[in-house]
Design a binder for this molecule. Sequence first.
Ligand code: EPZ
Length: 423
Amino acid sequence: MDKLVIRGGRQLSGSINASGSKNSSLPIIAATLLAGKGSFTLHNIPDLRDITTFTQLLNHLGSETTFSDNTLIVSSRNVQSLQAPYELVKKMRASIYVLGPLLARFGHARVSLPGGCAFGPRPIDLHLMAMEKLGATITIETGFIDASIKGGKLQGAHIDFPVSSVGATGNALMAAVLAEGKTTISNAAAEPEIETLCRFLTAMGATIRGTGTTELEIDGKESLNAIEFQNVFDRIEAGTLLAAAAITGGEITINGVEPEQMKAVLKKFIHAGCTVTTTSNSITLKSPDKLLPTDVTAKPYPSFPTDMQAQWIALMTQAEGTSHIIDKVYHERFNHIPELNRLGAHIEIRKNQAIVHGPQHLSGTKVMSTDLRASASLVLAGLVAQGTTEVLRVYHLDRGYEKIEMKLKSLGADIRREKYNEF
Ligand code: EPZ
């Protein structure tokens, strides 16, 4: 198993390129299942554990994939299995993304129910509701979702999501593009990852109106084509790297980004006293001498993203005062807090609110990752903690951050990856 060993106290400086988005790569790769001929060339796909897991799942279904130098070539013309097994689905909840495209193209799909998650329940009822609205019959037996369509084709329908769901919106879109007739989706997720999926499906030949908004209209098509596509940048990785500059009192520039997609996060950095300047494809952040306490409420896009909540809490341990952080998306996404407190932070949890008292002097020690963004917050804390911090079980981090220690080291951090054995 790997750990990251960090000696805190270095100010980060320099420039770095953002990686491709993990959370737009996954639905895009799933959408390749919709094309019965040709092969896709997908650029700017990050080299991550989750991408490896997802391509393993597609290979299991019969797709052919080759990945090199951040380009993924996929052909799903020879798909012959319609079952996503537990062994792969349990590694990554986003495996549920194969449900919509398999159902739309083949009229049948069997997907293992995803396992639990470190930060609370993550139901899939909205995914199943959308498939049923489009005419699928869903049964759940022996831990599997079995979805089928009598009569062979999904039928366009109106889908009204009571809760904004990125995954369920993605599945509904990938089903509706091959359904007969028109589908409308209300209260669709408008995250950049869904906007990117809409652009991808449109380039494949789908007709989608309302891209980038919460009201989508799709005219179903007989078939769609394989294409070449440039994936969007990872706004959460970019936000995490900016937080690394802010927490260490440094100044960095991130290239290959679209600042427009990070407005809510950049606004909070400015409120915390950082100087933020942008161009069309870069962001420069300069940390202030003293960080100001800044409250955050994580909500669906375009609000502050839940995937930046843990990183923000780490940053606020260094602010001159008390900050209040609420997560309206995942009320229990606070596993990072006990570990941050072991580093010397003073953070209280009251219901779905974290109260961060700062500034707190942090002292390095061993800390345990529990989920992807929690482990990112521990790395951020380690960058500023006195002495050495060891972040264990970094396989969580490797799910969503491409070569994170190389990027941080290139910006001046004292960080290295080491093997270790857990007794
Ligand atoms: C996506 O997960 C992201 N993952 C998550 O990022 C992100 O935290 C989340 O969206 C919210 O932005 C990927 O894109 C692979 P949701 P997803 O459906 O689609 C409730 C990371 O760190 N809900 O938008 O699973 C749900 O409980 C990961 O990269 C239902 O009630 O999230 C939550 O409260 C972690 N029923 C809310 O909706 C459903 O059927 C938003 O969840 C589905 C969701």
